[in-house]
Design a protein around this ligand. Structure first.
Ligand SMILES: Cc1cc2nc3c(=O)[nH]c(=O)nc-3n(C[C@H](O)[C@H](O)[C@H](O)COP(=O)(O)O)c2cc1C
Length: 209
């Protein structure tokens, strides 16, 4: 039995290419064991707390080994609940459209909320930073209107490198990726790339753990 947390970053519902491919992954994951379960978290549907002064001060208090004030500790609890929900899964799936060469800002907000000292990473002046979400596989599905697989365009891709770096920072090492590109070069080309990505997703989803 495995619990998959699916973090969906497109607000486009049924019209989303990244969500469409993610559905193939989920179907294969569910078919591989009747005990497997999926929690869907669309970052556009949840009320993420603002990272305001109290929460920031709480973060710095934790980083510096100091006790937060009551107001800071209360503000921090909301962050703890969201990070705990994140850590409760056995495996992870992200579906992520490229927005202005990077990730949608709601996903960045979610990453800012869960990437916290003492919750998903630790800091020690001698050892430096260590991720705390370890030993769990993650698959990320990236959709892009254009193409970024040639050397000139690769440097413009801040979507996949950023997500992989932020996942690595909190401890992930087993990171698989599926790229859907180009989605905006006409319907025939989009259908071809989406179908190829669905095949890959089906294979990965059937062999998660
Ligand atoms: C706000 C916004 C910004 C975008 N920026 C880029 C971009 O920088 N590069 C690109 O190749 N495509 C860009 N696109 C196109 C999307 O990445 C593309 O349509 C993708 O397939 C959308 O995925 P989805 O259908 O899962 O939402 C952008 C789309 C939107 C809505």
């Amino acid at each position: 039995m495995a619990k998959l947390l699916y973090i969906q970053a497109s607000p486009r519902g049924d019209r989303s290419s990244s969500s469409d491919v993610a559905n193939s992954y989920i179907d294969a994951f569910k078919a591989s064991s009747t005990d497997n379960s999926v929690t869907i978290l669309n970052v556009w549907d949840i009320n993420l707390p603002e990272f305001d002064a109290d929460r920031l001060n709480a973060k710095y208090s934790f980083l510096h080994g100091q006790n937060p004030s009551d107001a800071e500790a209360a503000a921090w609890q909301e962050i703890v609940a969201i990070a705990d929900q994140f850590k409760d899964a056995d495996c992870y799936l992200y579906s992520v459209p490229m927005w202005n060469f990077s990730i949608p800002y709601k996903l960045k907000h979610y990453i800012d909320v869960i990437t916290q000292p003492g919750l998903t990473f630790s800091f020690n002046p001698e050892k430096g930073f260590s991720g705390l979400v370890t030993g769990k596989p993650v698959t990320a599905i990236y959709s892009r209107g254009g193409e970024y697989n040639n050397p000139e365009a690769q440097g413009m891709d801040f979507q996949k490198p950023y997500l992989e770096m932020s996942l690595g920072f909190i401890g992930f090492r087993d990171i698989s990726s599926i790229i859907i590109e180009p989605t905006l070069a006409g319907p025939e080309s989009a259908e071809k790339t989406i179908n190829a990505a669905k095949e890959e997703a089906t294979k990965l989803g059937a062999n998660v753990l």
